[in-house]
Design a binder for this molecule. Structure first.
Ligand code: GAR
Length: 249
């Protein structure tokens, strides 16, 4: 009986040690050196602007040793490119239409991103489905903002989906990216009440306002190492409910 126990307990302990080791790695890697943030966009760039404004106002370079160092767009006409330039951030355009396959586009995108040795790759309205290889390459560093309370309403027209479902609360989610579209470990969410008078545009506007609070906030949690993604699980330390679930009127 003793012999059996020896062999059942040890693999379990080993797994716990491996996990703690990985956790220590994550915290220590993130606490060294300057943390570069690369932002991917496809359009308007209002979330990018929110991050850049807060990073500037709060002097993230000094206070968090973090900075947005590059903005990459898959669309030449993305208005967000103008915002990036206004903040003096380097911009690159990699049009997905120039590539024969999703794999080829993602490989070119990753090559450009990796020039910046990023601690965080932020999808801020980047409207492309990413390949498994790409997502795995940036595991724990790839973060997305989505305009719904995931796992409800992945995909497009989330506000229309929310109104059609008749939910009384709606909102936005910032999450680590996993293989599936609009899925992965949740970092933080912002909750918005749905009003009886709401149409798609009115609801979208109130959610967007919250996205602009939520995204810099969630990034800060990540940069302060209060949230990490270890083996597909979100690990949180020194965070209360108000940090992880922002409420709006
Ligand atoms: C934002 O509402 C963002 O949550 C959404 O696209 C919009 C981009 O706006 N992202 C997704 O739907 C991802 N599935 P922005 O360019 O003004 O930041």
């Amino acid at each position: 009986e003793k012999a059996t126990r020896k062999y059942t307990v040890r693999p379990g302990l080993f797994r716990v040690f491996r996990y703690l080791e990985r956790l220590a790695d994550v915290w220590s890697v993130q606490s060294s050196a300057m943390k570069n943030i690369v932002v991917l966009i496809s359009g308007r760039g209002s979330n990018l602007e929110a991050v850049l404004s807060v990073a500037e106002a709060e002097r993230w370079r000094e206070t968090l040793q973090a900075a947005v160092v590059a903005v990459i767009s898959n669309r030449r006409d993305a208005a967000g490119l103008t915002i990036a330039r206004r903040f003096g951030i380097a911009t690159t355009i990699i049009e997905h239409t120039a590539f024969a396959s999703r794999e080829a586009f993602d490989a070119a995108l990753a090559a450009e991103i990796d020039r910046h040795d990023p601690a965080v790759v932020l999808l801020a309205g980047f409207m492309r489905v990413l390949t498994k290889d790409f997502v795995h390459h940036y595991a724990g560093r790839l973060v997305n903002i989505h305009p719904s309370l995931l796992p409800l309403f992945p995909g497009l027209r989330t506000h229309r989906q929310a109104l059609a479902a008749g939910v009384r609360v709606h909102g936005a989610t910032v999450h680590f990216v996993s293989d599936a579209v609009d899925a992965g470990g949740i970092i933080a969410q912002a909750v918005v009440s749905v009003r009886p008078s709401d149409d798609e545009a009115a609801l979208a506007a109130r959610v967007l306002e919250q996205e602009h609070r939520l995204l810099p906030h969630a990034l800060r949690l990540l940069l302060e190492q209060r949230v990490a993604y270890v083996d597909g699980h979100v690990v949180v330390r020194d965070c209360g409910a108000p940090d992880l679930a922002l409420q709006s009127a």
